[in-house]
Design a protein around this ligand. Structure first.
Ligand SMILES: CC(C)(COP(=O)(O)OP(=O)(O)OC[C@H]1O[C@@H](n2cnc3c(N)ncnc32)[C@H](O)[C@@H]1OP(=O)(O)O)[C@@H](O)C(=O)NCCC(=O)NCCS
Length: 172
């Protein structure tokens, strides 16, 4: 079984390789600093019995953000105020040895669950994500994310859809 943990000193950041150097460097050099300063929350997926340094199967980061509702597709932005509070799924990656095994999908669903937990405490209109290319944008569209009309690599998942997905997954 795999489990989600908050990134800490016990995780093997150096050994992580998703094939995208910018994402590897983020986990190795930036993620802990941002987490310690409270500006991001970084979660890592590990095997639940692995000793430290624990190999990282995949990770994602979440942070609060503010967006303009006029950037959303008209059907989603119409009833919202001009500025909306939201969450940004900043980075998400799977170790290349474990890609294609469903871990990316698990991480997105876990990110939705974490966002739902946050949305129970503070107002959140939805979850934004920046895809690095059109292929990855399609990956996110499978979860109901919708591309912004003028920024096709930035996608948005309205909180109502997010909560329905979390409820359907049987997450508490
Ligand atoms: C993109 C990434 C997160 C996907 O994770 P993964 O564990 O390989 O994906 P999964 O095995 O969970 O696949 C889930 C679904 O997404 C699809 N998918 C996976 N990678 C995809 C990609 N790059 N483009 C389009 N679809 C993709 C799979 O075919 C699968 O579809 P299905 O449910 O219809 O069978 C992973 O390959 C990765 O870390 N790549 C390098 C870093 C990166 O690009 N991160 C995204 C930053 S924007």
């Amino acid at each position: 079984m795999n489990q989600l943990e908050t990134l800490g000193a016990e995780h093997d950041r150096e050994g992580f390789d998703c094939g995208v150097e910018a994402l590897n460097n983020y986990l190795r050099q930036v993620a802990r600093q941002h987490a310690q300063r409270g500006i991001s929350r970084v979660f890592v997926l590990v095997e639940d019995d692995s000793p430290a340094p624990k190999p990282v199967l995949g990770f994602f980061s979440l942070a609060a953000c503010e967006a303009e509702s006029e950037e959303l597709p008209a059907s989603l932005g119409r009833k919202l105020p001009r500025k909306i509070p939201a969450v940004r799924l900043g980075r998400l990656a799977v170790h290349r040895e474990h890609q294609g095994q469903g871990i990316g999908k698990d991480l997105v669903l876990l990110a939705l669950k974490k966002t739902a937990e946050g949305a129970a405490l503070v107002g959140v209109a939805g979850l934004f994500v920046d895809a690095k290319d059109a292929s990855v944008a399609q990956f996110y569209e499978k979860f109901g994310f919708v591309a912004l009309p003028d920024q096709p690599l930035t996608l948005f998942l309205p909180v109502q859809t997010l909560l329905q997905t979390v409820a359907a997954m049987g997450f508490e």
